[in-house]
Design a protein around this ligand. Structure first.
Ligand code: DOR
Length: 430
């Protein structure tokens, strides 16, 4: 497609711009130049996307992706991960630091940024490690990481067990105004567990991870947030008690935000039955009461963002026994449809979904907000809300085919993703 694009007759929905009506959006040289009730006579050199029946929404942003490069390119690369993101409707991703080498020094951050610039299908915002090598012992050079382009700090994949180190990280992060993202699990309480503690784990003879492993750490980090005056973001919350803790912290006016992931509001630990390693994820899929509490948290504003925690792994790794297979779900290509399901069920409104998947992640990570407004760079997701499809991991462009949603019939997907003015048609010939 060429540089000038007319998105014609779609339902343009952007709560931040106060828009929800059938309109045309005209993009000139990558910038939205007109949003209006009907653009007649588009210029000759312009491509037209007939968007009748489609939703035209601000481009989605995933604040929690594992791109695996450098070091684990057999699981995913910056090229394949960002292509999966775009196919899933995302116009940018923030990538976690648990690569090899870890993103704990500026050279790695610069490598990720330059690879993203050359191979990436969408912008990549790196998240720097809190501790060197994610070893939980020594603080990384947070200032240099921030200078190199890291938008936040996290040891995601591993908890920072040392409370003093976590305190220091929160204190230092105040200097840069960037959030510290907590992977909240108490490693001692996890004690080698592989799925949620409960009847299903007991029946399968698997070691369980109790809800308290997550909540103990969230409670600690909320206290450290209060003590330090830093900004805390809690990753992938999965339990009823975590929602309660975040709700209380917010009511007390603390600078705490939280995300959850589609798997926590869609399925429970029943998905692990049959030793299904596709459902092995950290934190683990929980009980029904937790799933419902997560939905409530999404609806009432306790949970700020929906993130994918896209964690691609190789087929052979996931083919190991349940105890040995790695934790993780390949999430970029199912997140939008699973979130639209919450809209369809009346759990959240479409406006709320847009905030959870676009505006809020940008606000939290301090990256440019996606807006459908004249003068904004065109980062737009055009959603076909009616198309029905079945999750088939073989068709994922992510190298990670590990999904517990295989075979699930879903409704809605990103027909087009416009990234910095460049149009990607996602399901050509599908
Ligand atoms: O399931 C998970 N996989 N949870 C994490 O926190 C890390 C991730 C990974 O890197 O595979």
């Amino acid at each position: 497609m060429n540089d000038n694009v007319l998105i014609k007759g779609g339902r343009v929905v952007d709560p931040a711009s106060g828009l929800d009506s059938i309109m045309d959006v005209f993009i000139e040289n990558g910038v939205i130049s007109k949003v209006s009730g009907g653009i007649e006579n588009p210029p000759d050199n312009c491509s037209v996307i007939d968007s009748a029946g489609l939703l035209v929404i601000p481009g989605l942003v995933d604040m929690h992706t594992h791109l695996r490069e450098p070091g684990f390119e057999y699981k995913e690369t910056i090229a394949t991960g960002t292509r999966a993101a775009v196919r899933g409707g995302f116009t940018a991703v923030c990538c976690m630091a648990n690569t090899n080498p870890v993103n704990d020094e500026p050279a790695i951050t610069r490598f990720i940024l330059s690879k993203a610039a050359s191979d990436g299908a969408c912008p990549v915002y790196p998240i720097g490690a809190i501790t060197v090598g994610l070893d939980g012992k020594n603080l990384a050079e947070m200032a240099s990481l921030a200078d190199a382009g890291c938008v936040a700090f996290s040891d995601d994949g591993k908890p920072v067990m040392d409370s003093l180190l976590m305190r220091r990280a929160l204190e230092y992060s105040r200097i840069f105004g960037k959030p510290v993202i907590s992977h909240s699990e108490d490693a001692r309480l996890v004690a080698g567990g592989v799925m949620n503690e409960g009847l299903n784990a007991t029946r399968m003879g698997l070691r369980g991870i109790p809800w308290a492993a997550e909540e103990v750490m969230i409670a600690r980090d909320i206290a450290l947030c209060e003590l330090s005056g830093g900004r805390l973001h809690v990753a992938h919350i999965s339990t009823k008690g975590s929602v309660r803790l975040i709700r209380e912290a917010k009511a007390r006016g603390l600078a705490v935000t939280a995300e959850t992931c589609p798997h926590y509001f869609t399925i429970t630990d029943e998905a692990c039955i049959g030793y299904n390693t596709a459902a092995k994820v950290n934190p683990p899929l929980r009980a029904r009461a937790d799933k419902l509490a997560i939905r409530e948290g999404l609806a009432d504003g306790t949970i700020d963002a929906i993130a994918t925690d896209h964690a691609p792994h190789h087929r052979e790794e996931k083919a190991m026994g349940f105890d040995d297979a790695p934790f993780g779900i390949s999430g970029l290509e199912t997140a939008l449809a699973l979130s639209l399901r919450m809209v369809e069920k009346g759990v959240i409104s479409l406006n709320r979904m847009i905030d959870l998947m676009s505006a809020a992640p940008c606000r939290i990570m301090g990256i440019p907000e996606r807006r459908i407004a004249e003068g904004s760079v065109a980062n737009i997701t055009i959603v076909d809300p009616a198309v029905e499809w079945e999750v088939d991991p073989a068709s994922f462009v992510s190298l990670g085919k590990n999904t517990p949603f295989e075979g699930l019939r879903l409704k809605g997907r990103a027909a087009f993703t416009i990234v910095n003015g460049r149009v990607c048609e996602n399901f050509k010939g599908d």
